[in-house]
Design a binder for this molecule. Sequence first.
Ligand SMILES: C[S@@+](CC[C@H](N)C(=O)[O-])C[C@H]1O[C@@H](n2cnc3c(N)ncnc32)[C@H](O)[C@@H]1O
Length: 194
Amino acid sequence: MAFDWSEFYTAQGGRGVRPTFTAGLNAWRGDAPGDAIDLGCGDGVETRHLAERGWSVLAIDSDGDVESRVLAEVGEEGAERATVRRATFETVGALPASDFIYAGFALPFCDPGHFPYLWADIRDALRPGAVFAGELFGPNDEWFGRAGMNFHDRAGVESMLTGLEVLQLVEDDHRGMSFEGPRHWHVFHIVARA
Ligand SMILES: C[S@@+](CC[C@H](N)C(=O)[O-])C[C@H]1O[C@@H](n2cnc3c(N)ncnc32)[C@H](O)[C@@H]1O
């Protein structure tokens, strides 16, 4: 089933940055703002937060209106530092070397056949000391089995993180709300350093 992301963006209106993003940003030990990627940036809240604080951000999302939505509310200086690219995870190709890669509730929507390549590209793009922060979904998630989505059990997630310093691996397996109504979430909230 295809998702109607416009309903999602509307439902998320006025949200703040997500906790995993904040944890990831706090884990970055560099002296000055660096280069970041916001994968599946959606409404662009995290992209704007970074750009307005001096980061150069590449925001990537497949949604047709991503550019106007992300840049609509960013100040002039922030807009100069934010590059928005409409692309899918399956076709975006190699990612530029970065200090912070954030993928909030987005990677599960990559086609499972392509996901290992996307994850390899993320790993390759992390500079030494760079931070990855984001979410993956587990097999108890209500959407498990939906076409075009990927899911990973804890052992799989740990294996993906091999060689990174895992700063946070919070597993959330509970019934809660989504923009579509009540659902069962099985989510890994990840922060890891290269
Ligand atoms: C659940 S939203 C999360 C958006 C944002 N990161 C947040 O935390 O609110 C998932 C986002 O991933 C994007 N997306 C879904 N599948 C994608 C794909 N295959 N390639 C690129 N972007 C995709 C959607 O357009 C949507 O904006």
